[in-house]
Design a binder for this molecule. Structure first.
Ligand code: G6P
Length: 613
């Protein structure tokens, strides 16, 4: 959470910082600030609320002189969103300014120590403590690098810390531990930022910093250091994302753009892994010898990525006959998981930085399990620390509520399941061929769902139902897992209370909440379970529910006989239906949220990259 950007160049820094922050707002958006440096003076502006407030206060950066500066967009942890708690923070003696992403865990102790020395504080933040600690170390050492190294020795927690000092014009010093940080560069400028999207407009040449590394830069120079202060070499990488990938490109919201990008993202993710109608995963080390000993798979993740794991349980168990347990990352760490060298822990994360997921990965490794990460962001902490990584090639996902990352994660889980099943010879060649053929058709079928005519149907349902306050999603088997994601989407962006329940479980409690007009969304695509789900739908209708059914062409007529309205998706293999049935649920949440006037891309209280536990 929190987005940070630093720039040193030969053009005014403030507009560049504002532009970078606009790309990082998805990381947090309750307050923002920038500080520039010009002729020995700091110019600091901080504003509660969205970036537009800061842009207004600084006349789009025009009233902030200087060619070097740092900026921040915040998701509050310590201290409420306010001007004073916003970053950058300036040290009590006016020497140092700092922006920070992460949490300084021992900030109270450090604050007490500094207060005893006469240091004063303005805000409630842990970041101001880091800033004052650094300024105090600077007073003692008289050298910024040494001061940073000394301060880092005393800090416990996570940080991407970006620092400017009054005595070192144009220089920006940054350190990273468990929070993302990249360095981007071009002729006569350097950047540090939380994410490459902030710098894409200016450069595609970046260096991904590892934990415990430090970068010192100005417009023309850069030096990388380890935690002992020794110089180290880092290799730049070229980012091939298009600039347009991080822009709305004519869509009203990033979420809508990303929903429409799903066919392409899906195809891009799977195509390098299918050759001559065969799944090829030669970049990971899960060979037959290892897989034969595999005793259990945990799928560990948070939010929507966890719900991918819930679908994955059905898919992998069905095809591979290996026990699969999806687990929330925040629970995995503390549940004394049964891991040994024959356990595979699948870690799923779009950002590759989610704190709970990263901690779970480390715990799995500590316990001797093999770890395989499914990650979207190249160079992220999880991608680096896992034993193996399979990237989803979804491109940058900006909307807080995930769509294309979810779809591509699911695609990789399907690929992996087929790969393991084939390697272990748990499915016949015919089954493998049939499923793979159906799988390769999915991008085209997702496009079929996204036709104007279909989207119009969803818009109508959104207009009809947008005022409801409670929604129950029901389904069985993989449809139940899809319902979990559909329900989360509605909560996240439309602020509607919703629950997803296994259809057969409804009668054990939640049915008591169904009354006249309650909306029930039912996903029913599985032939074997279709009639059973229909019975559950009838039970809700008998109690006054209005039912929106999602089904495939095979069952469309029979569904329509029972429900109030329906949306029909194409047919595919039963275990692959989730890749299709999630799309109308994404669209439904989007248009309901639009009808309710919510801030779709930046829902209240949420952030996309959750780097706190
Ligand atoms: C946040 C996002 C969700 C996402 C979850 C896990 O809650 O809003 O969309 O599923 O984090 O994020 P990750 O980056 O680990 O996939």
């Amino acid at each position: 959470m929190c987005g940070i950007v630093g720039f040193s160049g030969k053009i005014p820094a403030a507009p560049v910082l504002l532009d970078g922050l606009a790309k990082l707002e998805y990381r947090g958006y309750d307050s923002t600030g920038i500080c520039t440096f010009d002729h020995g003076e700091f110019f600091l502006t901080k504003k509660q609320g969205r970036l537009s407030n800061l842009a207004e206060a600084t006349d789009d950066g025009k009233n902030m002189p200087g060619e070097a500066g740092i900026g921040h967009t915040r998701w509050a942890t310590h201290g409420a969103p306010s001007d004073v708690n916003a970053h950058p923070h300036m040290s009590w003696n006016g020497k140092i300014v700092v922006v920070h992403n992460g949490i300084i865990e021992n900030y109270l102790l450090l604050k007490e120590m500094l207060t005893e020395k006469g240091v004063t504080f303005q805000s409630e933040t842990d970041t101001e403590v880091a800033c004052n600690l650094l300024a105090w170390c600077y007073e003692e050492t008289g050298d910024l690098r040494s001061a940073l190294l000394r301060a880092l020795d005393m800090i416990e927690g996570s940080y991407a810390l970006v620092v400017m000092c009054k005595d070192v014009p144009g220089t920006i010093l940054s350190a990273k531990k468990a929070s993302p940080l990249i360095y981007g560069f071009g002729k006569d400028f350097g950047f540090v930022a939380s994410d490459v999207t902030a710098v894409l407009r200016y450069t595609r040449e970046v260096v991904y910093l590892d934990d415990d590394e430090i970068v010192e830069m100005d417009a023309e120079h850069v030096t990388f250091l380890d935690r002992q202060g020794n110089e180290i070499q880092k290799t730049p990488e070229h980012v091939d994302w298009e600039i347009s990938a991080a822009e709305k490109g004519g869509y009203d919201h990033f979420m809508l753009k990303e929903i429409y990008e799903q066919p392409t993202a899906f195809a891009k993710t799977i195509s390098p892994r299918i050759r001559d109608h065969h799944i090829v995963l030669d970049d990971i080390s899960l060979d037959e010898e290892y897989l034969k000993k595999l005793s259990r798979i945990y799928v560990v993740a948070c939010g929507s990525a966890y719900y991918v794991g819930c679908v994955g349980k059905y898919v992998i168990e069905k095809l591979c006959r290996v026990p699969v347990e999806p687990m929330l990352a925040s629970e995995f760490r503390y549940c004394d998981p049964l891991c040994d060298e024959n356990t595979l822990v699948l870690i799923i994360s779009q950002s590759g930085e989610t704190a709970d997921t990263l901690a779970a990965l480390r715990e799995a490794k500590r316990r001797g399990a093999r770890t395989l990460a499914i990650v979207n962001v190249v160079g992220s902490s999880i991608s680096k620390e896992a034993d193996d990584v399979i990237y989803t090639w979804a491109g940058p996902e900006i909307a807080v509520a995930t769509t294309k990352a979810y779809s591509t994660q699911l695609a990789i889980v399907d690929i992996l399941a087929l790969y393991i099943a084939q390697t272990l010879k748990r499915i016949t060649k015919e089954e493998y061929d049939t499923i793979l053929t159906a799988f390769e058709k999915l991008p085209e079928q997702i496009s079929e769902i996204l036709t104007e005519e279909n989207v119009e149907i969803i818009k109508q349902y959104a207009r009809q139902f947008h005022q409801v306050e409670d929604v129950y999603f029901i389904g069985r088997h993989v449809d139940n897992a899809t319902c979990l994601e559909g329900s989360l989407k509605l909560k996240e962006i439309a602020y509607i209370h919703s629950e997803a329940y296994a259809a057969g479980e409804l009668k054990h409690g939640p049915i008591s909440l169904i009354e006249d007009g309650t909306l029930v969304v039912s996903v029913a695509t599985n032939g074997m379970l279709f009639d059973k789900t229909m019975s559950n739908i009838k039970e809700t209708k008998a109690r006054g529910a209005k039912v929106l059914g999602i089904t495939n062409r095979t069952h469309a007529q029979r569904m329509l006989d029972t429900v109030d309205c329906e949306f029909v998706i194409p047919d595919t293999e039963p275990i692959l239906q989730p890749s299709l049935s999630v799309v109308p649920l994404q669209l439904f949440s989007y248009y309901v949220s639009l009808e309710r006037g919510c801030d779709i891309d930046k829902p209240r209280n949420l952030a996309k990259s959750v780097t706190v536990e």
